[in-house]
Each structure stands twice: as C-alpha cells, then as structure tokens.
Design a protein around this ligand. Structure first.
Ligand code: LLP
Length: 469
C-alpha cells in the first residue's frame, strides 16, 4: 500500500488533485485561474495578490440556492459577509439571489452601496451600537438577529420612535459543542453569543421580545461553529431549537415561522472533504421535518448563512519569495512578501494550507520548507513543512482556498500596505480592491502642527524648554 503511493519528492503540484475549482495548469507549468495565467497577474498587479474567481463564486451561490430550493422550498440562504466582502462580491451575491448577513455598520454600508436590496439583509452581532441600529432601520433592512437584552431595548426604542415593527430573530446559544477549533466554536453554553437555552434565558427573552412594542419576533437563530466537516451536530441542534420554538409558541402565543441555523460548512484546505450544500440541506430538512412531525408543528422556513463555503475556495493568495534561510539539520525557511498581515489564520488557529509554486507546477515538489511571512514576529508563518520545488528568490507561491477570513482579518501591522484583490472570469481580470499605498497609510494620520520639523524653530524651542526647566 505504502510502496504504491507516489514518493513526495516526485510528485508535482499539477498532479495534486483536485486542483482548486476554476483553476488549471498550462503546458509551461503555470497555474491558470479563471482563464488568467496567475504569473502574468502577479507581474501586472504585484504581490501579495488575492485572486477571486467569479465563476466559482457564482457556482457556489447557486449550489446553495439549488440545494435548498430542492430540499426546502422558500428557504433563505444569506451569504455571511464577514468571510469576505467587497462591493463586487456583494453585487455578485445579490445577482445570484442570496440574502446577506452583516455584522457591522461597515459591512452594511458596503453591501448597500453595491445595491444590495435592504430587505434581504440580516443584521448580526453581539454589540450593535445605537448608530448601527439607526443606520440599519433607516435603510429598512429585513431582519435583526437580537443577541442580548441590552440590544433588544436599544432596538425596540429606536424602532418604536420610527413607528416600525422590526422583524427580529433571537440568537440562541444552544449548548452544542461543534467539532472545530475552540476559537470558532460559537454554540456552547459558555459563549459570548446569544441567549442561553439551558437556563431558560432564551425563553424569557422571547417572552419579553414578543411583548415589546416595535419588535416582531419571527424566529430563532443558532450558529454553532465554523469549518464543520460533517452534519453530526445537526439533529441535536434542530431538536433543541424545535423544543424552544414550541415552548415560545405556547408561552407567547406567537408562531415562529423562521428557523435560521447559521453557517459553518467546511471547505478543503489540504485534504478535507468539504461539506457540500446538498448534504447540509438534506440533513437540516430531514431533521426539521422529522422533529416537526413528532411535535405536530408546522415546519418553519429554514435559513442558513454560509460564508467560508461560498467564497473560500473561490480565492487564491499569491506571494513572491524574497529570501531564504537554511540552518544545518533544520527545515529551511522561505520568506514571502506577505504573511500574518494578510493572513492571520495560521498564527491564530494553526490553520493549514496547500501551497504551490505557481510557475513551476510540473516540477517535483522535492524540498520541505517552512513558508514564513515578512512581519516582525516569530509566529508569522504561513505554512509549515510545505513540499515545493526547491524555492528560488522570485518564485511565485500560490495558497489555495484563501478567499475566506484572510483579507477581512488583514491588518496594517508593520505598516505594510494591504494587498490588491482581483476578480477573474473567462480570461479577464478586474481590480476589486486596489493595493493600499503609503498615502493611504497616512490618510488618517494627523501630525500636529507644533511637531512639524522646522530645524531653527525646533532648536530655539529646545533652548527655551531647557532654560524654562
Ligand atoms: N453566521 C454566524 C452567526 C456566524 O457567526 C458565522 C461565522 C457565519 C454565519 C458564517 O460561518 P461560515 O459559513 O463562514 O463558517 N475567522 C474564523 C471564522 C470565524 C467565523 C465566525 N462566524 C476563521 O478564519 O476560520
């Protein structure tokens, strides 16, 4: 068995299948994305460069839409904008008929300014400010997911002032541990999100919500975690949520027509098998149908909020090798022109990626290396123990599945400008977000007049300070 496996030293990146969706390798061993040679894109736009494939993005939206249309007609699929939002992405998601889940005034602003229909916006977050609530109510968004009583009061007051009855869902912490990294588990009892189910907090919150002017309680929401690769958690989650829905309905006399079960479908970073929209839709609808039948309830309209599984595999990140370091007996380091500033995930979660030499896809991956970033921090690594053709300065490295939670979590650490984002399709590349410039880095920086360098005056100032002291 082992003997038949290709030796890692002979395997080429082109032979590692599957390639990311929407990509291919040409005869020269160049990675092609959306019909564009990524080595040309890197030359033209510089690196680090994020390339998003529009065809894949659209296909992922449609896969969700079609899966839920088949299993749960009327279901709402909301793209979780936190995974990555630009105006172009918002426009594509809107055109594909999805809803959108936003968690800040900033995400709301970007979505609306791309023409996203306000009634298809769901507003999340555990500390929405009064200003954000005002912004969202003024825009006429479809739904708020209320996370806590402080927010409920703020929202009710603002909606009442406007003479509105705002549609709301309650965020519930259902006490389910998802099988994923601790930092991206969100459904357990000891979580900062939502009303605790176990202690009766969620039921009491629903009663209060149903009795509060300005609010119309239409459903319940839970999101238990991210990068989930199976549907093990679905049946217990649905059971708990249906029990709560029934308790709310009998205690408050309102019918909860909507059940939003969040996002979380996992994708392939290395060799994982992605959780397909169809598998998720089938599991959710089967659990809801069975649970409702047992309780004699009418099934609610389902909603889901995928982020990573819509945009993750649609993106790749490109970097240029700038320097190498070899210590005898140890795995060599290869440093690229990006790192934790544009991708904090390896440092934060120990996330693993597939990395290839995008211009040498037909060469054997014979060299084991650590790919590190350019930032002043030892934890700034991008891939440990990657297998690449012996890297040369100037090589272009591509990280697969880079579309989700990288750019949105990017920082200006070390004052390195943030990368350029492209949208590619059918051999065409468009800039979605320009590379940050040094001028951008100074755009909000204010140098007080009195600190402006004026050598003579500065010297005089020093003198007078000195004599005053
Ligand atoms: N809905 C809610 C309420 C959420 O909190 C999230 C993600 C989603 C939907 C979308 O989940 P997705 O389908 O993308 O898994 N920064 C982390 C992921 C944090 C996820 C936060 N919430 C990472 O890089 O893995």
């Amino acid at each position: 068995m082992l003997a038949q496996e290709p030796s890692p030293s002979r395997e080429t990146a082109a032979a590692r299948r599957p390639l990311p969706p929407g990509t291919d390798v040409d005869g020269r061993g160049h990675l092609i994305d959306g019909g564009c040679d990524v080595t040309d894109l890197a030359r033209r736009y510089g690196t680090p460069l994020y390339v998003f494939n529009e065809t894949v993005l659209r296909a992922n939206c449609r896969a969700y839409r079609d899966a839920f249309a088949a299993y749960a007609p009327g279901a709402m699929v909301a793209y979780a904008a936190k995974a990555c939002l630009t105006r172009a992405i918002a426009a594509v998601v809107a055109a594909e008929g999805l809803h959108i889940d936003v968690v800040s005034g900033g995400e709301l602003h970007v979505a609306l300014s791309a023409g996203f229909p306000a009634e298809r916006v769901v507003f999340h977050g555990n500390n929405k400010t009064a200003a954000e609530i005002t912004q969202a109510l003024d825009a006429g968004i479809g739904r708020f997911v209320v996370d806590n009583l402080d927010e409920m009061d703020r929202l009710a007051e603002a909606a009442t002032r406007r003479g509105l009855r705002q549609r709301v869902l309650l965020r519930v912490a259902p006490g389910i541990e998802a099988h994923t990294h601790e930092y991206i588990q969100t459904g357990s009892q000891d979580s900062k999100f939502g009303f605790d189910l176990e202690s009766g907090q969620a039921l009491r919150a629903a009663q209060r919500c149903a009795a509060t002017g300005g609010l119309r309680l239409v459903g319940l929401h839970a999101h238990i975690g991210s990068q989930l690769l199976d549907t093990r958690a679905v049946p217990p989650l649905v059971e708990r949520m249906l029990d709560l829905a029934r308790a709310v309905e009998s205690a408050c006399g309102v019918r909860l027509g909507e059940l939003n079960l969040g996002g979380g479908a996992g994708i392939r970073y290395v060799d994982e098998e992605a959780l397909a929209p169809r598998t998720l839709a089938a599991a959710l609808t089967a659990a809801v149908a069975a649970g409702c039948a047992r309780r004699g309830m009418e099934p609610p309209v389902l909603a889901v909020e995928p982020g990573r599984s819509v945009v993750g595999e649609a993106g790749i990140a490109l970097y240029t090798v700038g320097s190498r370091k070899r210590v005898p007996g140890l795995v060599p380091y290869v440093a690229v022109d990006g790192g934790m500033g544009d991708n904090i995930r390896p440092a934060l979660y120990g996330a693993a990626y597939t990395v290839v030499a995008a211009g040498r896809m037909h060469e054997p991956c014979a060299q084991q290396v650590h790919v590190v970033g350019r930032y002043c921090e030892s934890g700034d690594f991008l891939a440990r123990d990657a297998m690449l053709p012996a890297p040369e300065v100037g090589d272009l490295l591509a990280f697969y599945a880079a579309g989700a939670y990288q750019v949105p979590m990017a920082s200006n650490y070390n004052l390195v400008p943030r990368p350029c984002l492209l949208l590619v399709a059918n051999g065409r590349a468009d800039v979605m977000v320009e590379r940050e410039t040094y001028a951008d880095l100074c755009a909000r920086d204010r140098l007080p007049e009195r600190l402006l360098a004026r050598p003579a005056a500065a010297a005089a100032g020093m003198g007078s300070l000195g004599s005053a002291g």
